[in-house]
Design a binder for this molecule. Structure first.
Ligand SMILES: Cc1cc2nc3c(=O)[nH]c(=O)nc-3n(C[C@H](O)[C@H](O)[C@H](O)COP(=O)(O)O)c2cc1C
Length: 213
């Protein structure tokens, strides 16, 4: 797909969210992998190894594995993923000029049935580590615009749900553009210091999401 279509589809996709709300996600879910073993790619974005989002990723993965799924994990903060430089050499469907750890994502995302994003909130957005991975989707855009499930796990210090809305909107816009459907979210508010999520209900929520995705 060329740049013009990318922009056109993005705008149409955004309108689709407003027009259809969550109905399209539900309908798509019924077509996707009902009760089947899935390959799930989990992409995390926190540099805190024992931080809150990585704890929730562990719990999600435990549930998903217990449900019989294959899980592949990519910890973006501990990998080397160069930011997209918009050189357009990939033409949105070819080879990226960078040969780095994104190759692992590329190898595993194309045939995955579900992609799970796990990120801390940084200044009301997702972490730059996970954003760099998403931006590199550009090079394989046409190969991942196929039906997949997705989920969002978010941790942040504030207690107000409205603070999470920009990240939820971004996540939903990406899904809408790629044609993926939301299988659930864990929005873990009020967790600041590493480990504080352990005293909450969120690890169980993440585990249940993994079990039921
Ligand atoms: C650079 C930076 C920016 C942050 N920005 C926000 C923010 O905008 N809102 C918020 O509630 N918490 C913010 N936090 C707190 C983290 O979201 C919170 O500590 C979260 O639990 C970290 O997840 P982790 O333990 O998985 O790294 C920020 C933390 C850092 C280091």
């Amino acid at each position: 797909m060329n740049r013009r279509n990318f922009i056109k589809n993005t705008l149409l996709g955004a309108a689709g969210v407003l027009a259809t709300g969550t109905m399209s996600g539900c309908a798509a879910d019924k077509l996707l992998n009902g009760g089947k073993k899935m390959k799930i790619l989990v992409i995390t974005g926190s540099p805190r190894k024992n931080g809150n989002s990585n704890t929730l990723a562990d719990n999600f993965i435990k549930g998903a594995k217990e449900a019989g799924h294959d899980v592949v994990r990519f910890d973006a903060a501990f990998k080397s993923v160069h930011p997209c430089i918009a050189c357009d050499k990939c033409n949105m469907s070819g080879q990226c000029v960078f040969k780095d750890d994104f190759e692992f994502v590329k190898e595993n995302i194309i045939d995955s049935d579900a992609v799970v994003f796990v990120t801390p909130m940084y200044y009301f957005g997702i972490s730059s580590q996970i954003k760099a991975v998403i931006d590199r989707f550009y090079a394989i855009n046409s190969r991942i615009q196929v039906a997949k499930k997705s989920a969002l796990i978010l941790t942040y210090a504030d207690t107000a749900l409205k603070e999470a809305q920009p990240i939820i909107s971004h996540y939903e816009a990406v899904l809408n553009y790629l044609g993926w459907s939301d299988s659930g979210k864990v929005i873990a508010s009020g967790v600041w210091t590493a480990g504080s999520v352990n005293n909450t209900q969120y690890p169980k929520q993440a585990y249940e999401l993994g079990k039921n995705i």
